[in-house]
Design a protein around this ligand. Structure first.
Ligand code: FCB
Length: 288
């Protein structure tokens, strides 16, 4: 029989044998939770935590850093956890969400590292409240026990990760020439209608009412890469996404992306990504 300690995720000994577990750890000086979390081998899933009040201190090998209100930290699987209330802070209250990610989240979980592989994120002020509300909602939902709560929690977590990505892409947004933006949208919406060779530039130029050489030049100036390279990168991104998230066959994906020949698509994919589409799909699924 599991003892009580095993049923409290805030105390050592809880198994975390689930896709989503979340909570609030209210560490007060000399209170029952006032100890250092010490998991040298890390955990099987990811943890994201958000400091609500006070300060925490996170150690990694011989380094450490302090986390403050509003900071999010992410600990990837297998990364050691050694953290607790900062000695001169009266408290450290933090929300946390433990999860086994969905395959398509992979790229969204790589955050800039603080130390080791511990990632860090602090949203821009206009987003702080929105993201915090969402994060707290995940914690609430994950703690209710009806049959849909885990699904709903995963759904909100996905939404949190997407919102974070979106906020980063907004930060990077430059003032692109609107014809370049038009060209980008046109390309990504018409992969399967554009010619495979460079004559697709004529189609794009027609669409944006510029000459082929003018749009090529403007595109390179705005995006830093040529229009052909950009299209190929986007096709590879979409291919990875479709391989990860849909059961479409390689042949169907090739068609969707405008490659007439699935073997040619596989060759291009392997060249760029380093794995064949089939192997890529296999590796992604066997990781999770
Ligand atoms: C609690 C910690 C919290 C998180 C969960 C999984 O004990 O307080 O930060 O690590 O475990």
């Amino acid at each position: 029989m599991p003892n009580e300690q095993h049923q409290d995720p805030l105390l050592p000994g809880y198994s975390f044998n689930a896709h989503l577990v979340a909570g609030l750890t209210p560490i007060n000086k000399n209170g029952i939770y006032d100890f250092f979390v010490d998991r040298p081998e890390g955990m099987q899933g990811y943890i994201i935590n958000l400091t609500r009040s006070g300060e925490g201190e996170v150690y990694y090998k011989d380094q450490s850093f302090v986390c403050h209100k509003g900071d999010y930290l992410i600990f990837p699987p297998g990364e050691s956890h050694y953290y607790g209330r900062r000695a001169n802070s009266e408290q450290w209250h933090h929300y946390w969400v433990y999860f086994r990610p969905r395959a398509l989240w992979t790229n969204w979980l790589v955050w800039p590292n603080k130390i080791g592989k511990i990632g860090y994120f602090c949203p821009k002020r206009d987003l702080t409240e929105k993201l915090e509300k969402l994060f707290i909602k995940i914690v609430d939902i994950a703690q209710s026990s009806d049959m849909y709560s885990e699904l709903l929690g995963m759904n909100l977590l996905e939404s949190f990760l997407i919102r974070r990505m979106r906020s980063l892409s907004k930060l990077n947004e430059k003032n692109y020439d609107y014809r370049v933006v038009l060209a980008c949208n046109y390309i990504t919406e018409n992969f399967n209608k554009l010619s495979q060779d460079d004559s697709f530039i004529n189609q794009v130029s027609h669409y944006v009412h510029l000459s082929p050489s003018r749009i090529s030049h403007l595109f390179k100036e705005n995006m830093g890469v040529s229009i052909s390279v950009w299209r190929e990168d986007q096709r590879m991104n979409r291919a990875k996404f479709l391989l990860q998230t849909t059961p479409l066959s390689i042949c169907q994906i090739a068609q969707e992306l405008g490659y007439k020949d699935q073997f040619y698509f596989s060759r291009v994919f392997k060249n760029k990504i380093g794995l064949s589409p089939k192997k890529f799909r296999y590796v992604i699924y066997s990781k999770h």
